[in-house]
Write a protein of this length. Structure first.
Length: 158
């Protein structure tokens, strides 16, 4: 079956002619009517939802005919919200560079590095360098647990 939805000039009804159920040729995800209804549902629920609450919990959680419908907002990936310069600075922080070292390497002022850091923290919704690195590395823990026998990570020379 192709991923492209097929269109017909006949209206889609719950039952076909002579009382028989309609033939099921397509997957629900390929059906144009299903796609239209899902888009309309998401738009309407988004209009009704509190913008602040939408980030913290599901927009909709209901069950109908034994099927659970859960609408959960997805945030853009952390890597997609940062500028190229912010990426570069965040990478250097992850490598253990101090703000002063970053300023020296990139030949920018310490104030500029601090401004970039504030913007990165705001965009990612974090308050510490460790939390920023954890978010960007998709890690749940800011400090990964080392395996037994592994070499400890050494800080960069100052």
């Amino acid at each position: 079956m192709s991923a492209q939805a097929t269109t017909t000039s006949e209206p889609r009804t719950r039952t076909a002619a002579r009382g028989r159920p309609p033939e099921r040729h397509e997957e629900p995800v390929d059906d144009e009517l299903v796609q239209h209804l899902v888009r309309a549902l998401v738009r309407r629920v988004s209009e009704l939802a509190d913008p602040d609450a939408a980030r913290r919990r599901p927009l909709l959680d209901c069950a109908e005919l034994g099927v659970r419908c859960l609408l959960v907002p997805i945030a853009p990936a952390a890597h997609d919200v940062l500028s190229p310069r912010e990426h570069e600075i965040a990478r250097m922080v992850g490598l253990g560079y101090t703000n002063r070292a970053i300023a020296t390497v990139l030949d920018i002022s310490l104030y500029t590095v601090s401004a970039h850091m504030r913007r990165i923290f705001t965009k990612l919704g974090v308050g510490t360098r460790a939390a920023m690195v954890a978010v960007l590395s998709d890690s749940a823990e800011p400090y990964p647990v080392q395996e037994a026998g592994a070499d400890p990570v050494r800080p960069l020379p100052a």
